[in-house]
Write a protein that binds this ligand. Sequence first.
Ligand SMILES: Cc1cc2nc3c(=O)[nH]c(=O)nc-3n(C[C@H](O)[C@H](O)[C@H](O)COP(=O)(O)OP(=O)(O)OC[C@H]3O[C@@H](n4cnc5c(N)ncnc54)[C@H](O)[C@@H]3O)c2cc1C
Length: 440
Amino acid sequence: QVHGQGGVKFQNWAKTYGSSPELYFQPTSVEEIREILDMARQRDKRVKVVGGGHSPSDIACTDDFMIQMGKMNRVLKVDKEKQQVTVEGGIFLSDLNVELSKHGLALANLGAVSEVAAAGVIGTGTHNTGIKHGILPTQVVALTLLTASGEILECSESVNADIFQAARLHLGCLGVVLTVTFQCVPQFHLHEVAFPSTLTEVLDHLDDHLQRSQYFRFLWFPHSENVSVIYQDPTNKPPSSSASWWWDYAVGYYLLEFLLWISTFVPSLVCWINRFFFWLLFSSRVENIAISYKIFNYECRFKQHVQDWAIPIEKTKEALLELKAALENNPKMVAHYPVEVRFARGDEIWLSPCFQRDSCYMNIIMYRPYGKNVPRLNYWLTYEGIMKKHGGRPHWAKAHSCTRKDFEKMYPAFPKFCSVREKLDPTGMFLNTYLEKVFY
Ligand SMILES: Cc1cc2nc3c(=O)[nH]c(=O)nc-3n(C[C@H](O)[C@H](O)[C@H](O)COP(=O)(O)OP(=O)(O)OC[C@H]3O[C@@H](n4cnc5c(N)ncnc54)[C@H](O)[C@@H]3O)c2cc1C
């Protein structure tokens, strides 16, 4: 009975990857999803489940059957005593944040955007910052999975424990994530303070910064020594904001996009743009106070290409200085600002880039001013080389050039994940081109 639409074009948020699914489904129940899987099995089709479609890679693409989970977005249970919430996999975190706050609860950490689905963020290992905080999948205490055979599996530390360790960061290849249970914390407000510094100062006092602020991160402006340090910490002070349309939009968006577009004809301007905008927008102290999710989230206005690898935290200084030196030695290689540097606690999730080590994530970007791609190959390869040299592991949502051979070296538990995947999906129903590179 379930109806699939033909002719739908899927594009990710940044419009950098897309595909043309033969049939596009928006199921409203588990029975409908089962029907879709039956149909896929009969017609020998693959299936890709998507949430918010935000991943900056082809991880969510398929030309076979696509299941968009937006209509399976209910909050199923709030357990106030345990401070846990159980939701359907398709719920956007933006809706969950609001629902949780009605119950005096919140997620302890969030990424930069919330127009992403609960099952989607855990699928790729979304992270934020804070050395006492793990990546978002560490907040998951249970989930249910509908497998390729149509079986529903409940998973947690105590039930199907192996599948749970795999499914907390599932890559979309183990089945359809129907529900997720998150461990929450009492609702809280955050005080954000951003202030200017230098790369030398931050790298020389990294431990101090990490201790001083619970959610510490910094932005480095390539082709310069400039850094914007950002501290975010729980507070009881009343909300206040220093947002300004003029500086945030007129200057920080419209003027910047225009100048970045001009720089596509004169690449050497990028160096000047990075310094000029640091001086304009980041050279004085700025403070904001709001409910936690409004501070964790910020508006990512520019469509962009992005890479984000996690390296062992003790390699932060060496790796960043190598990237800086590489840019200085290759004047033709340009890098847009910022390089965003964040931190996460080590964990035990098999495919987590932070598996068994505290990590530093180093996020590089190249904007697409007015949709125009800017050459980035040299920068991308140089960055990947440095990350690999320091034992890096790429963010699963973001484009990278790694294949199975690399992942076997990077992840001690990779064989365990593969054997769970092969058991749950022996015919590869949930694979796509991206995942073939990971597993073959
Ligand atoms: C503007 C922007 C800001 C971002 N900020 C951050 C950030 O701060 N930190 C960070 O780490 N990342 C960040 N990202 C990346 C983003 O968090 C991840 O790409 C995340 O996976 C997106 O969630 P989604 O719901 O859009 O997932 P999608 O891109 O739709 O899917 C991701 C994966 O999950 C699978 N999946 C989704 N739902 C299900 C389901 N129900 N069952 C089975 N599989 C499923 C898909 O098959 C796919 O493999 C950002 C991306 C953008 C565009």
